[in-house]
Design a protein around this ligand. Structure first.
Ligand code: UDP
Length: 329
């Protein structure tokens, strides 16, 4: 199912802004919706200044948990009627921010997902919901295939996010079943790249910001826990292919090269040899997953040979350059 006009929630955020740019550059109109509760404010002027945005980007500052009618009615009919896809990416995504905005996180992934589907059904569009590897919780098996049901604490500090995303998945599944629709969702593994909010708190941006400031790199626990880091362009390519497909089942999207957090910190140390960065070991947060690595068999099979291509070492250089350009601006 090819794209026509696309509505992206969370378009001012990290992933949403990359998807917006990508689709604008492919010639589509984008309705970009965000309330900037976590997204970097400068992402809006960045997107609006793209030559491709001039008569094709419609930016709306709104909370997608609240009714959509007040802003939908201000959008031109010819744009709304031809919306083929709704990419529902609005949600805090970093552990410190989703814990701070725990209830908002629960509502945007439940009520917000329902509103996205109601709108989409009205115009005949397909929703793609940003689910997450967090639905696997602290996994007992590695790598994690989509068939794994997960190991999630319902009453822990991460449950507001994990369970909200699980509910979002379940809502889409049930909505499809009852209303005969074909909405879908992708399970996104740790992703990094330019336009992350520097105060977001996730490990890659944290370590790079600390390195640029010449501060010690913070590692939670002993750094033996693992993550598998995907560069944002690889992720967006996979999401685009999933959206264009007719798939309604979950597909993992990420990079399956696995690193301990200590290894990540050592890579960052080697990127800045002149800074002689120390490592500061800090208390391990509760319920922090011990391992995480996507099984990408399904993605490779169903997404036209898609595979992540950008090595962590190269992606980190792109991200460093972007951070340095921000510091100069
Ligand atoms: N982490 C760390 N130092 C930091 C931030 C995070 O050691 O400054 C660890 C965190 O405990 C987790 C991993 O890095 O084990 C990835 O954390 P992140 O917040 O990026 O996302 P998560 O995958 O836990 O959702």
């Amino acid at each position: 199912m090819g794209f026509d006009n696309v509505l992206i929630t969370g378009a001012g955020g990290f992933l949403g802004s990359h998807l917006t740019e990508r689709l604008l550059k492919k010639g589509h109109r984008v309705i970009a919706v965000d309330n900037f509760c976590t997204g970097l404010k400068s992402n809006r002027p960045y997107l609006e200044s793209l030559p491709e945005a001039q008569d094709r980007l419609f930016f709306v500052e709104a909370d997608v948990t609240a009714p959509w009618e007040p802003w939908l009615k201000n959008l031109p009919d010819f744009v709304l009627k031809k919306v083929s896809h709704v990419l529902h990416f609005a949600s805090p995504a970093s552990p410190p921010l989703y814990q701070e905005m725990a209830l908002e996180t629960m509502w945007v992934n439940s009520i917000g997902t329902n509103r996205a589907m109601e709108f989409a059904d009205g115009v005949g569009a397909r929703v793609v919901f940003a689910s997450t590897s967090e639905i696997y919780g602290d996994p007992d098996i590695t790598p994690q295939p989509e068939s794994y049901w997960g190991n999630v604490n319902t009453v822990g500090i991460r449950s507001c996010y994990d369970e909200a995303k699980r509910f979002g998945e379940s809502l889409i599944f049930t909505h499809n079943l009852k209303k005969n629709t074909r909405h879908g969702f992708v399970r996104i593994f740790n992703t990094y790249g330019p336009r992350m909010n520097p105060s977001d708190g996730r490990v890659v941006i944290n370590l790079l910001v600390q390195a640029l400031d010449g501060k010690p790199l913070t590692i939670f626990g002993e750094g033996k826990q693992t993550r598998s880091f995907c560069y944002v362009d690889d992720l967006c390519a996979g999401i685009e292919l999933y959206a264009q497909s007719e798939l309604t089942e979950p597909v993992n999207i990420g990079n399956d090269r696995e690193f301990t957090i200590l290894e990540l910190a050592q890579i960052v140390q080697r990127m800045f040899p002149e800074k002689k960065l120390d490592i500061r070991f800090m208390e391990m947060p509760k319920d922090d997953p011990r391992q995480r690595r996507p099984d990408l068999t399904k993605a490779k099979k169903h997404l036209q040979g898609w595979a992540p291509r950008i090595a962590l070492e190269d992606g980190l250089v792109h991200m460093r350059r972007w951070l340095e350009s921000q510091a100069r601006a």
